[in-house]
Design a binder for this molecule. Structure first.
Ligand code: FNR
Length: 182
């Protein structure tokens, strides 16, 4: 399958960016084509009605339209969605065709905190539901990520590792069942 991954913060040491790299390699190891969007690829000008869509938004739109599913790896900022990611999503929701309706999405988050970014993922659910994307009930949250993420982005805690495999496999299974989107 063609899969897309997006997320991470804009800082080079992003824990979520590291987790995204790990999940991209896991999906790739299962035989899937992956297109990953992080860092500058998600740093778009603030959405302004009437302004032309930036090249980054068009590239992401194209990748999501051609993807059977999206793995979204989001930091939690103030119990919500970080501004750069919400901005990217808002740009994409204004483009025709919108890539969101019917897109299976696996929600993931990493945080140094004890809740692993779980509250931010609840905010993502509201936004994704509004756009018609299909957020899976299974999620991956990595608490204490500053301590438990290995250099390659793999979680060191066996329970978190098991959660990662369960969530990824549930996502791949749903994306397979729904089939290609174009
Ligand atoms: C945070 N952080 C944070 N963490 C959390 O678990 N819940 C929260 O509500 C917040 N809020 C928050 C707001 C802002 C403005 C910043 C900059 C940070 C901490 C955050 O999880 C931490 O900085 C992560 O390391 C951010 O993800 P990356 O950059 O490592 O991917």
């Amino acid at each position: 399958m063609n899969l897309a991954l997006m997320g991470g913060s804009l800082r080079p040491e992003s824990l979520n960016g590291r987790l995204l790299g790990h999940l991209a390699r896991e999906a790739s190891a299962r035989g899937h084509e992956v297109a990953a969007f992080s860092g500058r690829a998600l740093a778009m000008p603030l959405y302004a009605e009437g302004a032309p869509a930036p090249a980054e938004a068009l590239a992401l739109q194209e990748a999501l339209l051609g993807a059977q599913g999206l793995v979204l790896v989001s930091p939690e900022y103030n119990a919500g969605i970080p501004g750069h990611l919400k901005n990217a999503v808002d740009w994409l929701s204004t483009l025709k065709p919108s890539p969101w309706p019917g897109l299976p999405v696996l929600l993931c988050a990493a945080s140094p905190g004890a809740f692993g970014g779980a509250r931010g993922l609840m905010a993502w659910r509201a936004t994704l539901a509004n756009m018609g994307a299909l957020a899976l009930p299974e999620v991956l949250t990595v608490p204490h990520a500053d301590q438990q993420l290995e250099a390659d982005g793999a979680p060191s805690d066996p329970r978190t590792r098991a959660q990662a495999v369960r969530a990824l496999e549930a996502f791949l299974s749903l994306a397979e069942r729904l089939g290609p989107r174009r």
